[in-house]
Design a protein around this ligand. Structure first.
Ligand SMILES: [Zn+2]
Length: 133
């Protein structure tokens, strides 16, 4: 069993929950967030959306502990860590005067996609070599 703490760099919407589930789907391991009275499942849409409403809430700046447990837990944690550490912290969208943190709606090896009041936009991710340079 592996545990790691992350701080969210964006807000979580329904499409963010889909992104999180897509990243976890290929792995046999359980991907969970242990909480006071309940363990939330990051492979389950309702579970992710429920956690948005329970302090410290799944939103920009929230810290949460991710627990990965199973035969491929190292690969699964690596994939989840890559998702939750990718890109810059999105305190607000590019529209002047907007104070809402964007929601992450897309995640590929080359691109992060966010959405807010002005519609969606893409941010290119640095290549692996550049990240470690
Ligand atoms: Zn906005």
């Amino acid at each position: 069993m592996l545990e790691q703490e992350f701080e969210l760099k964006w807000d979580v919407g329904v499409r963010t929950a889909c992104v999180i589930m897509d990243v976890g789907k290929p792995f046999a391991s359980k991907i969970q967030v242990p909480h006071e009275y309940h363990t939330f499942d990051f492979k389950d849409m309702m579970s992710i959306l429920l956690l948005r409403g329970i302090p410290p809430e799944l939103k920009l700046g929230a810290r949460f502990r991710l627990r990965v447990d199973g035969p491929d837990e190292e690969e699964a944690m690596r994939a989840m860590a890559e998702l939750f550490t990718a890109g810059a912290r999105m305190d607000h969208c590019p529209k002047p005067g907007c104070k809402s943190p964007p929601i992450l709606i897309g995640y590929t090896p080359s691109t992060l996609t966010y959405i807010c009041c002005g519609g969606p936009w893409d941010v290119a991710r640095p290549k692996k070599e550049e990240e470690h340079a």
